[in-house]
Design a binder for this molecule. Structure first.
Ligand SMILES: [Ca+2]
Ligand SMILES: [Ca+2]
Ligand SMILES: [Ca+2]
Length: 360
């Protein structure tokens, strides 16, 4: 299946987050995970958007990779042929147990499991009924990805999906049903774990898996300079020195970072233990209160003549009272980034870095 390149997808996403989260209940098992602020935060970045519709998901991500399983050999039939691992190149799928594997590629419907590719017949089957012990199926990617979307098929008990420590629920599809689950997580991830949400399900399936990163990355360093980073699609040579982190970023899904909340004026170091503790909970690159950011883009499809573009370089200073000072210190190729202070869903102060792209 090929995804039309179209316009850069980041500009097309207009539906509000809340509306798209409606059908995906979060943390149904009450495991204590917090959707908005993962704990402990693996990346400190929060920028997650969920989708229940494939078209909306692909409009948001722009051109990314998709696997419809149609070109892979069929490995079994309805009741046999499971493997513990199938390697699809950029990613592997595992469904192993003491009893043997749980994954196979089928080319015919089986007890409600079926293909979802228009005109296709094949799908990734999770035949988990070997003692119901291998109901978990893991996707493992070679390169960190920012987006993952797929049809979940014949999951009568619902499926829990774990990404970056957060658990999302795909509600029960009913016998023979299907549901789309899509996520953009700017914190980036290499593993997607699927698990039957309640009780057991002898067989569920997955098809039309799309994954990859959007075209833009927020790169963070400690000073102006000439650092480089490789987020999997292209090596960027930036105007940021000593690169300390990078995040996928879209115009409508921005990585968001916590700010200190204490009402103090001046640097953390000048104001004792409490202020220092607050700073120690921030991303490493923010802990000294000063950093530079830039947005880098690689998009040969939409901009074949100049696929690599950069924003201005922005110097940012965060004070212990949560104030954010910023100044543009070098021009880029026309993209613009700026700092924006906001509050998250819990009313806590955050900073994020919106950007614009010329021509979009
Ligand atoms: Ca298929
Ligand atoms: Ca069924
Ligand atoms: Ca089933």
């Amino acid at each position: 299946m090929s995804i039309p390149a179209g316009l850069l997808g980041v500009a097309l996403l207009v539906a509000p987050v809340a509306a798209q989260q409606m059908d995906l209940e979060l943390n149904p098992t009450g495991l204590g995970q917090d959707f908005a602020v993962p704990s402990p935060p693996s990346t400190y970045a929060v920028g997650v958007q969920l989708f229940t519709n494939q078209a909306d998901f692909l409009a948001a991500t722009g051109a990314i990779n998709c696997e419809d399983f149609e070109s892979w050999p069929t490995t079994g039939d309805c009741t046999s042929g499971v493997q513990s691992v199938i390697d699809f190149g950029p990613f592997r799928v595992e469904g192993a147990s003491d009893e043997g594997g749980a994954v196979k590629i089928l080319d015919a419907p089986c007890t409600g499991n079926h293909n979802t590719t228009p005109g296709g017949i094949k799908y990734l089957s999770g035949d988990t009924d070997v003692a119901f012990r291998n109901a978990q199926i893991d996707f493992e990617f070679d390169d960190a990805t920012c987006a993952w979307g797929a049809y979940i098929i014949d999951a009568e008990q619902g499926i829990e999906i774990t990404i970056n420590g957060n658990v999302y629920l795909v509600p029960p599809t009913g016998d023979g049903g299907e549901a789309f689950f899509g996520i953009i997580d700017t914190g980036m991830f290499v593993t997607v774990e699927l698990r039957v949400a309640v009780g057991s399900d002898s067989h569920y399936s997955i098809d039309d898996v799309c994954y990859g990163c959007p075209e833009c990355f927020l790169v963070v360093g400690n000073a102006p300079g000439s650092g480089s980073f490789y987020p999997g699609i292209h090596e960027f040579h930036t105007q940021v020195g000593t690169v300390q982190g990078w995040y996928g970023t879209l115009m409508e899904v921005l990585p968001t970072f916590p700010l200190p909340q204490q009402s103090l004026v001046g640097s953390a170091l000048a104001h004792g233990t409490k202020a220092r503790k607050q700073f120690s909970e921030l991303p490493t690159w923010m802990q000294d209160g000063e950093f530079v950011v830039q947005v880098a883009m690689w998009n040969p499809t939409v901009f074949p003549g100049h696929p690599e573009q950069f924003s201005n370089t922005l110097w940012v200073k965060v004070l212990a009272n949560g104030s954010v000072l910023s100044q543009s210190i070098q021009p880029g190729t026309g993209m613009q980034v700026w700092a924006e202070k906001s509050v998250d869903a819990h009313g806590k102060p955050v900073v994020r870095f919106p950007f614009t792209i010329p021509g979009l």
